[in-house]
Design a binder for this molecule. Structure first.
Ligand code: COA
Ligand code: MG
Length: 307
């Protein structure tokens, strides 16, 4: 049924960003693993995981790697150094040359940073498909989250997604890393709300202890419940759990089929509210059901090309 794949306004219906793996561009061994990993997206990091004296080497690695690698469905995102850093312009020149799917700006605190990057891309005639993602990882970034996200509605800003960075935010706020993230949740929810207000995707922060699988799954489940689209990951061992936790469950897919079918029934053509198995279902639920089916279809379409 074609209507199952129709895009609701503003948000990609089928774009998967469940597992967003970051890899230091300076680490050739890790780069060499990417093509065999089942993550939805890869962030090639030129920023904090690369020491100042290694920045040029990291850029060169990335240039060699991305000009040869076939990453198939995986979204390719390059995290550059900050707009105000001495590395920014060289990083952006590389982004323009490599034309990945997106550039990720770290520590964004004001909309002007997004505009600075967008202007550079436009001046270089970079393709519109080269998008911008913004990391929200400082107190000012959280406070200005709505203003930053509003770039998503500004023509030419290219802003597509927000990513939360809790390592920096914890450092700046003195909130310790604790299970449940109790005192960080208000900040996280502000970022989710800002993203949704302007039709952006939003990705949860990394979980540092890559050997604590139980803790990681619990945090993925929490992130999903908070409305995140996926999680930024630091290690390949986190991919499977993130894909599972942020993907639609079997029962969600079944329910989505039921809702879409019910509203496609000519008998319900003029109804905005119907009864499905004792639950009130509104026409607005059909849009969300189509989104779930779109994601399920994207996951299914991949099965043939999986590593
Ligand atoms: N992407 C791709 N491959 C990775 C990887 C990553 N992020 N992290 C580890 N691997 C590979 C390793 O190269 C290793 O491969 P090998 O068996 O062929 O040697 C394998 O996975 C197992 O790795 P492991 O030995 O468990 O960990 P490590 O000591 O090599 O690396 C980290 C641990 C944390 C240093 C590494 O995972 C990492 O750099 N993560 C990303 C950090 C980052 O980008 N930070 C900035 C944003 S928060
Ligand atoms: Mg950071």
């Amino acid at each position: 049924m074609n209507s199952a794949l129709t895009a609701p306004p503003d948000r990609h219906p089928t774009r998967l960003r469940r597992s967003v793996l970051t890899v230091p561009a300076v680490n050739q061994r890790a780069l060499g693993k990417i093509a065999e990993l089942d993550c939805d997206a890869v962030i090639f990091d030129l920023e904090d995981s690369v020491a100042p004296e290694k920045k040029a080497e990291a850029r060169q690695n990335l240039k060699t790697f991305l000009s040869q690698a076939d990453l198939s469905w995986r979204e390719r995102i390059v995290r550059v150094n900050g707009v105000d850093s001495p590395y920014f312009h060289e990083d952006m020149a590389l982004v323009i040359a490599l034309s990945p799917d997106a550039v990720l700006l770290p520590k964004v605190e004001v909309p002007g940073s997004v505009h600075t990057a967008a202007d550079l891309l436009s001046e270089a005639d970079a393709m519109e498909s080269l998008r911008i993602w913004a990391m929200i990882e400082t107190p000012l970034g959280v406070l200005n989250g709505a203003a930053i996200a509003s770039c998503g509605r500004t023509s030419n800003s290219r802003l597509d997604a927000l990513v939360v960075g809790l390592n920096d935010l914890r450092k700046a706020t003195a909130i310790p890393a604790e299970p449940g993230r109790t005192y960080l949740v208000p900040y996280l929810m502000q970022v989710v709300l800002a993203a949704r207000a302007y039709g952006l995707d939003v990705v949860d922060s990394v979980f540092n202890d890559f050997q604590d699988f139980g803790g990681f799954e619990t945090e993925c489940a929490q992130g999903r419940s908070m409305g995140f689209d996926g999680k930024m990951l630091i290690h390949p061992s986190q991919i499977a759990a993130a894909n599972m936790r942020f993907g639609p469950t079997g029962s969600e897919v079944l329910h989505a089929h039921t809702v879409v079918r019910a509203f496609a029934d000519p008998a319900h053509a003029h109804l905005n509210v119907i009864n499905i198995e004792g639950q009130m279902i509104e026409r607005l639920h059909a849009a969300e059901a189509e989104r779930v089916l779109g994601k399920a279809a994207s996951i299914e379409a991949r099965r043939d090309t999986k590593p």
